[in-house]
Design a protein around this ligand. Structure first.
Ligand code: F6R
Length: 367
């Protein structure tokens, strides 16, 4: 069932052109210029009149939520908060019947997320679910929702479910923005065309970076720390890249917003510190260039994820991973793919059990 792949995780990484496509299938109708999502449409007034949207999740799904915040605030102009389910549920949060809560969960069984939703529901919020497992507990208690349709995810480290969650959040943000008039038609049309092109771009990234990333991974088998940096939409992608590495390779890694580096973590940088930098052309590129200069001045080892044809960041980098350009808001979907591969190969070369990392379970049904 691993279809010739050594691990489920690698199979699932390579399934992403298809899983992202499956997530959009029947929803993104590019020629008609329409995003069809019954769960949103049937409750469009709830979304339209929402005071705010609160996104609740754990782990990788929480990282997807952070990107969802950027997407929904940018395109639909609805205020969004993102919370760890475990924090939300225990701090007597302010929730009213004018709030919309979006729960994100691959398994649909995460205990903290479930408990947070029950609390929000009791207080009258409208609950929307983004789950991968059909008919899971979370999917069943929500008022409405959209399944990610990524297919079963067996590897404990989430990969294709994450990119599917980003796809759904993109669809929701664009649909709401179009509906409430904050996103003009021309921009909407160009964004949906970009989104439609993502599966092909993931396919290209997989084939153009697979070998390269394996070679990079060999040089970092004995690393003890990693920093992952990004800005804007790619700050949560940096958090997710770091989480993947921690989970399966047991190397300590931290994700950070690139500009926050100078408020602390820069003290850690020396010639032994590998730093992964996500720096696509669209999205604060000039700012990232100066962050890379700061790192190189301290001799950090830079592994950059840049767009094809990049020069400025590439010239300063020790290793360069090129990805195709897309709209800034979709770039985490593409940038995450080589970071998944990097974590995977570092873990494999360290002899770790990538599909079943120590101490971790696929669904965390205890709080
Ligand atoms: C990361 C990972 C965990 C889960 C988290 C939430 O690779 O697997 O961090 O993302 O436990 O799980 P779900 O999405 O099932 O609620």
């Amino acid at each position: 069932e691993k279809s010739g792949y050594e691990h489920f995780m690698l199979k699932e990484i390579f399934e992403q052109p298809k899983s992202v496509h499956d997530t959009m299938r029947g929803r993104l109708l590019v020629d008609e210029g329409v995003i069809k999502m019954a769960g949103i449409w049937d409750h469009i007034e709830r979304f339209k009149n929402a005071n705010r949207i609160i996104i609740i999740a754990c782990g990788t799904s929480w990282h997807a939520g952070l990107i969802g915040e950027y997407l929904i605030e940018e395109y639909a102009r609805i205020p969004v908060e993102v919370e760890y389910a475990s924090e939300f549920r225990y701090r007597n949060p302010i929730i009213t019947d004018k709030d919309v809560v979006i729960a994100i969960s691959q398994s649909g069984e995460t205990a903290d997320t479930m408990a947070a939703l029950k609390l929000a529901k009791e207080r009258g919020a409208f609950i929307y679910g983004i789950c991968n497992v059909v008919d899971s507990s979370i999917a069943r208690i929500t008022d409405a929702g959209s399944y990610t349709h990524a297919g079963p995810e067996i590897g404990v480290a989430s990969t294709k479910a994450f990119t599917a969650q980003l796809t759904i959040l993109s669809l929701i943000a664009l649909k709401l923005g179009k509906h409430n008039g904050n996103l003009g038609n021309a921009e909407f049309m160009s964004l949906i065309a970009e989104l439609d092109a993502i599966p092909k771009k993931i396919e290209d990234v997989l084939s153009s970076t697979h070998e390269l990333v394996q070679n990079i991974a060999k040089d970092f088998v004995n690393a003890t720390n990693f920093l992952y940096l990004g800005r804007g939409y790619n700050y949560p992608a940096a958090l997710e890249g770091a989480l993947k590495l921690k989970e399966i390779s047991y190397i300590h890694a931290e994700g950070y917003p690139a500009a926050e580096m100078k408020h602390g973590p820069i003290a850690l940088i020396d010639e032994n510190m590998p730093i992964v930098i996500i720096a696509p052309k669209k999205g604060h590129y000039d700012k990232i260039v100066s962050n890379v200069q700061e790192i190189k001045a301290r001799k950090g080892k830079v592994i950059s994820v840049v767009n094809i044809g990049d020069t400025q960041v590439s010239e300063m980098s020790d290793y360069v991973i090129e990805i195709p350009e897309t709209s800034e808001c979709f770039s985490p979907i593409i940038a995450s793919v080589p970071l998944q591969l990097l974590a995977y190969y570092i873990a494999v070369y360290r002899g770790a059990n990538v599909d079943q990392p120590r101490n971790l379970a696929k669904s965390v049904t205890v709080e």
